[in-house]
Design a protein around this ligand. Structure first.
Ligand code: AHM
Ligand code: MG
Length: 334
């Protein structure tokens, strides 16, 4: 096994970053640190009764925090303190979080979009949850306040993206556009080790992953595709797997192949997943692992966002399987 740590790996790949290497390295360092803090807190869930709702008190009489708020604060504080980021969009905050910098001169170059704790409703059942992040170079001039346009960039402009999964182990998986690498945290010493170099989605994984509970509300093309996956023919029926934590479903897809999708439905005309901080970062990873990510019609990363919390249907995974799903959608005329 390669024993490279995440820190060594970042230092050893100076060509990885389109922009200032040292700064982006520092930014990824901030994210890996916040990930350790959140991981530590999540590992206590159930032990110290920390999964309660905001406002409740624990046995010591201290106010409890929901873990997604804890994670949000941990990432915002860590990113703010490092003086690299001029703004953050988080699933937990309605508005842009502006970071002016210690001297109040808006000198920082990057913006971060994040879902600090995706799938948090799964925590009580001891199921994997994750932090998803995307990093962009700001568009507005340095020295001016961050603007909405800095965040409404298409996923193509991401300079790095990834996730931290808090599962059976804690992992950080990221890309800077030069492939996907995964690092596993050794909790005893607090260090991430390279455990999954150059992740590539296997072809013909034969797994489909969707919340079939929504079947009756899906568009006809999606229904037809699900029937195709279930049909006894050739290498089908495919196996069905659905965790309900996007990070876990996407990571399994990247390791074992297949397709993960969250389509639109009658109740959710744009699906559920958020374009900026769920779809785009995971689409970047999918593509960098040799797969594909679309909204059923076009590449996720080509979409120009119109709203920071915009929702988007998502079909990601093995390119052949995503193409097949899109073919069914096209044939149904949707
Ligand atoms: P969240 O950001 O509120 O946690 O919602 C996103 C999650 C994804 O991780 C997951 O794929 C999806 O919601 C599951 O939704 P559903 O329960 O509708 O299948
Ligand atoms: Mg989410």
């Amino acid at each position: 096994m390669n024993s490279s740590t995440l820190g060594e790996f970042l230092l050893g790949r100076p060509g990885d970053f389109q922009y200032e290497n040292a700064e982006l390295g520092r930014l990824l360092n901030a994210i890996r640190l916040a990930g350790k803090v959140v991981s530590h807190e999540i590992r206590k869930a159930g032990l110290v009764d920390i999964t309660g709702t905001v406002g409740s008190t624990n046995v010591q009489g201290e106010e409890q925090q929901k873990l997604d708020i804890f994670a949000n604060d941990a990432f915002i504080n860590t990113l703010t303190n490092r003086e690299i980021v001029c703004g953050i969009v988080s699933e937990e905050n309605e508005d842009i979080i502006e970071i002016h910098g210690a001297d109040n001169r808006n000198r920082n170059k990057y913006v971060v979009v994040m879902d600090p704790l995706d799938g948090s409703s799964n925590i009580d059942a001891n199921i994997t949850v994750g932090t998803i992040f995307g990093i962009y170079h700001r568009i507005s001039p340095i020295g001016t306040p961050v603007t909405m346009e800095d965040f409404l960039q298409s996923g193509n402009n991401q300079v790095a993206a990834g996730f931290i999964a808090y599962g059976t182990s804690t992992m950080m998986v990221y890309t800077t556009g030069n492939g996907v690498n995964g690092f596993t945290l050794n909790p005893a010493i607090g260090t991430y080790y390279l455990s999954h170099p150059n992740v590539t989605i296997p072809k013909d994984g034969g797994i489909f992953s969707v919340n079939e509970g929504g079947y009756v509300h899906f568009p006809q093309g999606v229904k037809n595709y699900i029937k195709y996956c279930q049909k006894e023919e050739g290498d089908r029926p495919y196996k069905g797997r659905y965790v309900g934590s996007m990070v876990a479903d996407v990571w399994r897809t990247m390791l074992q192949g297949g397709i993960y999708f969250y389509p639109e439905s009658t109740g959710k005309p744009h699906g559920k997943l958020r374009l900026l901080y769920e779809c785009n970062p995971l689409a970047f990873l999918m593509e960098q692992a040799g797969g594909k990510a679309t909204n059923g019609h076009m590449r996720i990363m080509d979409i120009k966002p119109t709203d920071i919390h915009q929702r988007m249907p998502f079909f990601g995974g093995d390119a052949k399987m995503v193409d097949k799903a899109m073919e069914f959608i096209r044939l149904a005329g949707e």
